[in-house]
Design a binder for this molecule. Sequence first.
Ligand SMILES: *[C@@H]1O[C@H](CO)[C@@H](O)[C@H](O)[C@H]1NC(C)=O
Ligand SMILES: *[C@@H]1O[C@H](CO)[C@@H](O)[C@H](O)[C@H]1NC(C)=O
Length: 256
Amino acid sequence: MASLLLLLLFLQVYPSVSVDHLSNDDTSPLRSNVYGNGKIIDITHRITPDMVVYGSGGVGLGQFLWLKKSIKKGNNSNSSFMKLSVHTGTHVDAPGHFIDSDFDAGFDVDNLDLDVLNGPGLLIDVPRDKNKITAEVMESLSIPKGIKRVLFRTSNTDRGLMYKREEDKSFVGFSADGAKWLVENTDIKLVGIDYLSVAAYDDLDSVHIELLKTREIIPVEGLKLDEVEAGLYYVNCLPMRLVGAEGSPVRCVLIS
Ligand SMILES: *[C@@H]1O[C@H](CO)[C@@H](O)[C@H](O)[C@H]1NC(C)=O
Ligand SMILES: *[C@@H]1O[C@H](CO)[C@@H](O)[C@H](O)[C@H]1NC(C)=O
């Protein structure tokens, strides 16, 4: 009984641990989060129909792939189309997401700085006793000057929020004063977070505007930060070159 409880606790804290390897025979593919004997860790969430989507009313993403050509229907290849919000799953925001003049001026995901999205970065644990990343929390983290990329792991990861189809409004994100503090007191340009928004629910507009108006800071949202140790890594995030789009799904990996 005690061990069952322990197992349940473990599963609750690390919800994805058991689905790492779905299968390992010749007929079905191996799905992994880790490559090269642990050197490369995928911190991107898989896009699935059950995936949480903000504003879906608990329905989730739903169908996002359509097989337009299929071998079984007589075509000589399988060929799919996809349709999904550019803010689906693990994704980046461009300035045009909240600043309309930047949208019109073309500050889209095509001109995000790949030098910000790729380079050394810190994965840190935010103290779990606060429900927002405030100026006070930011100050207490004592992130050294010169650190350009930080992935903030919060209770969103412990709670497995990205694995729940229903949206959760109680997720941890930045408060307006936390975002302002980051802009004014740190060199952070890549701000990674483990739920769909870098901003806490009550501070959605103000935080996005505070960060995006710099045109230098890139929020990377919906990161998969379970099963990774805190520490220093080489971060690699590559969005799609969607001209005119204020966001893009992104593949992010950590290399140690
Ligand atoms: C090709 O499409 C069929 C459906 O017509 C599907 O069952 C099959 O898995 C697809 N093959 C590949 C390689 O995706
Ligand atoms: C193949 O795919 C196209 C859609 O791209 C479809 O119009 C056509 O009917 C399909 N079947 C065959 C046998 O080519």
